[in-house]
Design a binder for this molecule. Structure first.
Ligand SMILES: [Zn+2]
Length: 257
């Protein structure tokens, strides 16, 4: 991702660029597709059935976009279509969101840890690293700039297969016991932790991270995701008056390949 602006411009002369969200020519991510990610962060934990199974409490999860339509296309392009040029854009919106948190995401005082949800070794090889690491770093920067000192801490590892394509029950089974803290976890003892992931769907990933972190003595205080998946039939937050606002309008829509 160490491409200088002139290098980017030069690449654009040779390779056609299209918006990751809508396919618009000559732009990596257009303003309309970016707009849902520029929303005020909002809570979304009630969308995830998995987050209330551990001790009865719901973990606060802040998010930006509904993971439908162009927002979903953007995340899929980033993760599964090798659009790694989006990393800096998505990290940018995460940094701004954390900067707007106003001290509500992590407690003041002792610097909080921002822990990225881990990806499998196979996914890291395919993508050249864990893409979510960049989001966690950006969130830590945003929190710090907003007066809540934080640093990113990629302390989790994950075994097993990818979650993509699995249903809710299979996701939970796939993850059980497969997220672990690297090393002895001594640095986590008593620390407030914010977990960061790309999308909240069932909550299984964040729940598995929470179990592993709390087993090492950390106190998971919340999570942040770029987007969250509305339940089927739910009314998605309108991003633009020109686009359908009900989630199923997007579910049944064409998927660009
Ligand atoms: Zn677009």
């Amino acid at each position: 991702m160490d491409v200088r602006p002139w290098g980017h411009a030069l690449a654009g002369l040779v390779l056609p660029v299209q918006c990751a969200g809508c396919g618009l020519d000559d732009v990596a991510w257009c303003a309309a597709c970016r707009r849902p990610f520029e929303a005020q962060p909002r809570r979304c934990e009630e969308r995830a059935g998995r987050l209330d199974l551990l001790d009865g409490s719901l973990l606060p999860v802040w998010t930006l976009a509904d993971c439908v339509g162009p927002a979903r296309e953007t995340v899929v392009a980033w993760k599964d279509r090798a659009r790694y040029d989006l990393t800096m854009h998505l990290a940018g919106v995460a940094r701004v969101a954390a900067g707007r948190s106003g001290g509500t995401w992590v407690p003041a005082g002792v610097p909080a840890l921002v822990v990225p949800a881990p990806s499998t070794a196979a996914a890291r090889r395919r993508r050249g690293g864990n893409l979510v690491d960049a989001l966690a770093q950006a969130v830590a920067e945003g929190l710090t700039a907003a007066g809540s000192p934080a640093r990113d801490a990629p302390v989790l590892a994950r075994r097993g297969a990818d979650q993509a394509g699995l249903g809710a029950r299979a996701r939970g089974t796939n993850l059980a016991g497969r997220v672990r803290v690297r090393g002895d976890g001594r640095d986590l003892q008593g620390r407030a932790v914010l977990v960061v992931d790309d999308v909240l769907t069932t909550g299984a990933t964040i729940a598995a991270c929470r179990v592993a972190l709390e087993a090492s003595g950390a106190r998971v205080v919340g999570a942040f995701t770029l987007a969250s998946t509305p339940p089927p039939g739910a009314t998605a937050r309108p991003a633009d008056p020109q686009v359908p606002t009900r989630a199923e309008d997007w579910w049944s829509g064409p998927v660009r390949g």
